[in-house]
Design a protein around this ligand. Structure first.
Ligand SMILES: Cc1cc2nc3c(=O)[nH]c(=O)nc-3n(C[C@H](O)[C@H](O)[C@H](O)COP(=O)(O)OP(=O)(O)OC[C@H]3O[C@@H](n4cnc5c(N)ncnc54)[C@H](O)[C@@H]3O)c2cc1C
Length: 376
């Protein structure tokens, strides 16, 4: 059970009464330095503590985890952080997801604790993926305890509170709030990956963590409860979009600096990359607006699932454009395009993309899930 009040190294500046628009402005100002730190974090690799401290300090961890931002403001924040450093974007998105789960399914105590945590600048995360046999709630000497591990757990050993999923003996999946910052439980050594290194998405050992009443979150099945579970995926598409935009910007920098000029074929390829990225932007924007609407339902789920495919395709297209437009230089480790592509290539591997597209296609075969203005 995490401590009731977290003591954090760098408490945030006072954020009460600060609007999301103001925090977005602060974020824009902070992003160039964040982008500048990405290469060193990748090389070490190390957790982006400084970047998280910046998000905390400007109020982004608090304000964007709450209800105040409009869907488009939230999209903007996720996209911009993703553009600066995709690893930080992934952690930021996980934080927002974790805070939302507590605000949706928490009891009075848990929601009060969330408010206190956010005011203190705590970082949340959500860890569902697990190695076999998976996390379980078992009987301990003094009450129920956890057994098992989480893997691919972004920020393992650094996240102040993690929402994990675990099976009860009955087979029901429950959410449990645990301390995610216990370095002794975290093992990042297996996270040997091409990109997204700074997320330190390693293993986390849950064994013997007590499952108290305050730790158990919501009811059985709340974690996958629809439409929030599938439609909420729009948030990571916004971060992925930021990653694609970063590569597009770097391609443009390269082309505009080329002393030999830009060949017609290069312009055509660049046009394709711009169209792919901006089309993805339109889908993410629509998905954000529709998924966050109070009446979101099966059509919004289909729209978000399709958006995942659109953003994945755009990301793959932009990476191909970088390789073909910039050529060999794009693959040198000191070239920022190399890191941006390594990060995006991995971050596009969010769970089951083809399955998501298949579900979207199934829905669209049945009905025009885009709008009431019937296509068929
Ligand atoms: C940088 C990063 C950070 C992450 N952080 C977290 C985190 O904090 N918390 C967390 O819980 N998880 C996290 N994950 C894990 C992530 O959510 C996925 O679970 C993980 O990436 C595995 O996804 P996958 O689709 O490759 O898995 P798999 O299910 O192993 O799929 C493997 C392949 O099979 C295909 N496939 C599977 N089923 C079908 C099907 N029915 N139809 C068609 N194709 C299919 C998939 O498309 C995929 O290509 C993270 C992953 C990454 C890359």
């Amino acid at each position: 059970m995490p401590p009731a009040a977290l003591a954090l190294a760098s408490p945030p500046a006072r954020t009460r009464d600060v609007t999301p628009a103001v925090v977005l402005e602060r974020l824009r100002a902070a992003l160039p330095a964040m982008a500048g730190r990405a290469a060193i974090l990748d090389q070490q690799p190390s957790f982006p503590s400084e970047d998280i401290a910046v998000l905390r300090h400007i109020g982004a961890l608090e304000v964007f985890a709450g209800d105040a931002p409009t869907p488009l403001q939230l999209m903007e924040a996720l996209r911009l952080v993703g553009r600066a450093n995709l690893s930080v974007g992934r952690l930021f998105e996980g934080h927002i997801n974790g805070a939302k789960l507590v605000s949706w399914y928490g009891d009075d105590f848990q929601r009060r604790r969330l408010a206190q945590d956010l005011e203190n600048g705590a970082l949340y995360g959500v860890w569902n993926t697990e190695p076999n046999p998976g996390a379980r709630i078992i009987r301990g000497g003094k009450g129920p305890i956890l057994a098992g591990y989480k893997c691919f757990a972004s920020g393992a050993g650094h996240v102040d509170r993690a929402i994990i999923t675990a099976l009860e003996a009955s087979g029901a999946r429950r959410m449990v709030v645990v301390d995610g910052a216990d370095a002794a439980r975290a093992d990042p050594t297996g996270w040997k990956v091409r990109g997204m290194k700074a997320t330190l998405s390693g293993l986390y050992n849950l064994s013997a963590i007590p499952v108290t009443r305050e730790a158990l979150l919501g009811e059985a099945g709340d974690y996958e409860r629809e439409p929030r579970f599938s439609a909420g995926a729009w948030r990571f598409t916004a971060v992925q979009l930021g990653g694609a935009e970063r590569i597009l910007g770097l391609i443009r920098d390269h082309l505009t600096a080329a002393t030999a000029g830009v060949h017609m074929v290069q312009r055509a390829r660049f046009a394709g990359a711009v169209a792919a990225t901006r089309s993805a932007w339109l889908w993410v924007r629509e998905a954000a607006l529709r998924a966050e609407a109070p009446n979101a339902g099966p059509d919004e789920i289909a729209l978000v699932l399709m958006t995942r495919g659109v953003v994945e395709r755009a990301g793959l297209d932009v990476m191909e454009a970088a390789a073909r437009l910039v050529g060999t230089r794009a693959f040198f480790m000191e070239c920022p395009i190399d890191l941006a592509c390594r990060d995006l290539a991995l971050y596009l591997r969010q769970p089951g993309p083809d399955k998501a597209l298949d579900r979207a296609a199934e829905a669209f075969l049945e009905r025009d899930a885009w709008s009431d203005d019937r296509l068929w």
